[in-house]
Design a protein around this ligand. Structure first.
Ligand code: AMP
Length: 249
């Protein structure tokens, strides 16, 4: 059974870094929709070049395009052990489509982690974030106060992302509040929904993520087992009430 994870949270919450680490350590496929679009734009793909205009303004790319990209990627054999999604879903329509894809794949539960960081801190982090102009990787955090100038992975020059300037950051945070935050409501009643405090040292966040994802995966697997048994015993029965939410919010 696969381990399928959505890393949710606002821009600058550290989702990309944590999603990458978690996926590497667990042998899962990391899918960052922002990276896919940026890579596509670097390669001159028409869909990604059209998307770039929206990205540079901090707006969302249309649901149909994003759902098609993610569906195609999740159906590849390297997604079989499971995946970590970073930057998708960002709208309720994308979340509904993802539920459909998960049901189709029938390969393990969907764990949803919401990484929380206050807005003030997000603006500060995004203003100082650098990425590699060649491979797109996030720069390593500064060591002893000194910011690296070249990419640790490929040696490329580090630059600011086009959408990390303050005006676009404000727009991205507004779009997040209006379009993506409602997803918390969409997922919060699920047995596999967890919240993590992203205002801690990187290692601490990583440790908390490891713990809550494993715990949520067990809850999800248990729920699937019960669902399968009930389904076998009463084929006509529709899924009933979701588990209580108080303990997880
Ligand atoms: P990110 O790297 O996740 O911050 O994404 C950068 C930009 O790519 C976003 O501001 C959007 O313009 C676009 N984008 C990435 N993922 C999605 C998505 N799931 N839905 C719509 N737009 C997206």
């Amino acid at each position: 059974m696969g381990l399928n994870v959505i890393m949710m949270g606002p821009p600058g919450a550290g989702k990309g870094t944590q999603a990458g680490r978690f996926a590497r350590e667990r042998g899962l496929l990391k899918i960052s929709t922002g990276d896919i679009l940026r890579d596509g734009a670097r390669m001159g793909l028409p869909v990604a070049l059209r998307a770039k205009q929206l990205m540079d303004r901090g707006e969302l790319v249309d649901d149909a395009t994003m759902i098609a990209i993610v569906r195609e990627r999740l159906m590849q054999p390297d997604a079989t052990p499971g995946f970590v999604l970073d930057g998708f879903p960002r709208t309720v329509r994308q979340a509904e489509a993802l539920d459909g894809i998960i049901a189709e794949r029938d390969n393990g539960p969907l764990v949803v982690v919401d990484v929380r960081v206050p807005e003030q801190e997000l603006v500060r982090r995004l203003a100082s974030r650098l990425i590699c102009s060649k491979c797109g990787a996030n720069a390593e955090p500064p060591r002893d106060g000194a910011q690296p100038t070249t990419c640790a992975k490929c040696g490329g020059e580090l630059v600011q992302r086009a959408d990390d300037n303050e005006q676009v950051v404000r727009e991205r945070l507004k779009v997040y509040d209006q379009r993506t935050k409602p997803l918390v409501e969409f997922y919060r009643d699920r047995a596999t929904f967890r919240i993590v405090n992203g205002m801690q040292a990187l290692e601490r966040v990583a440790h908390e993520l490891d713990t809550v994802i494993d715990d949520a995966a067990v809850s999800g697997a248990r729920e699937m087992k019960v669902g399968a048994k009930e389904g076998a015993a009463k084929p006509a029965m529709v899924k009933t009430a979701a588990p209580g939410k108080a303990a997880r919010t």
